[in-house]
Design a protein around this ligand. Structure first.
Ligand code: IPD
Ligand code: CA
Ligand code: CA
Length: 272
């Protein structure tokens, strides 16, 4: 393990323990936008993570969701989501994590996702594989969308402009089902360890998916945008699968983008 991943794991454990303490006492939330929540725990976790990263790697750039961090011009850049799944967290729903991803010259080289409630620590390093609590993980071998469990997420901002409900419906009708956990980094980790065959979402920020996209790739999966192009950061969308169902999933996405709905939405009739 490199010093980067070792340090990231240590910091994620510390920040995860801090989140868990707040979680047990239920925190108040504020609104950053119409439905974009932030809590004291998001801020305290980011403060801790950024302080620790600065102490360990003073010359690295750091981008934190809550505005912490520093721009140093270094080829190394950390993306930090101090609490991914804030809406769940604020409601006492135990699906959330802290996640840190390290990019060098625009390429992800290390990433960690820590879910303190389940005590699951996912870690990946470029070229060295993906691990959960120290054990190597792999994507699932399922080879058909109709036998797959899928997952997606919806934005917290400008919700009325999201077209994802069409994708949700078509994919739900074509697979075993579509989950919506409320925590994108956990979703990607679950693709990496084979609990889910695929995940997609529009409009995520780099800190939501930096570590998760490396976890999926290093576990043998595939990550592109939803049109099949390379996934860059930032990107309009992400599609992460076990690789086997990727072509079939992208073909279905393409149909939906072109306005063709294989499974029309049911007609809504008033019920009396
Ligand atoms: C959110 C979660 C959620 C996703 C949203 C994200 P946050 O992150 O990852 O699953 O659907 O788009 O904004 O705000 O809880 O850090
Ligand atoms: Ca997030
Ligand atoms: Ca967050």
């Amino acid at each position: 393990m490199s010093q980067y991943i070792e340090t990231a794991i240590e910091i994620a454990h510390e920040a995860g323990a801090l989140l868990e303490r707040y979680f047990l006492h239920r925190v108040r939330y504020e609104l950053k936008g119409e439905s974009d929540l932030v809590t004291e725990a998001d801020k305290a976790s980011e403060k801790l993570v950024v302080e620790r990263l600065k102490a360990a790697f003073p010359d690295h750039s750091i981008v934190g969701e809550e505005g912490g961090g520093q721009e140093t011009g270094s080829p190394y850049r950390w993306y930090v989501d101090p609490l991914d799944g804030t809406t769940n967290f604020a409601h006492g729903y135990p699906v959330f994590n802290v996640t840190l991803g390290l990019e060098k010259d625009g390429e992800m080289i290390a990433g960690v996702v820590y879910d303190p409630d389940r005590q699951e620590l996912f870690a990946a390093e470029k070229g060295a594989g993906s691990f959960m609590n120290g054990r190597r993980i792999h994507v699932s071998p399922v080879d058909k969308l109709r036998d797959s469990l899928m997952c997606t997420g919806f934005p917290n901002k400008d919700r009325h402009t999201s077209i994802n409900i069409y994708f949700y419906h078509q994919l739900a009708m074509t697979s075993h089902g579509v989950r919506r956990s409320g925590s994108a980094a956990v979703d990607l980790a679950n693709v990496a360890c084979g609990r889910l065959e695929g995940f997609w979402e529009f409009g995520l920020n780099p800190w939501d998916l930096a570590a998760g996209k490396l976890l999926v790739a290093e576990a043998g999966g595939m990550v592109t945008d939803m049109k099949g192009g390379p996934h860059s950061m930032p990107s309009e969308s992400i599609a992460a699968t076990n690789g086997v169902i990727h072509p079939e999933t992208l073909a279905l996405f393409e149909e939906i983008f072109s306005g063709k709905l294989r499974n029309p939405l049911p007609v809504l009739r008033p019920i009396d």
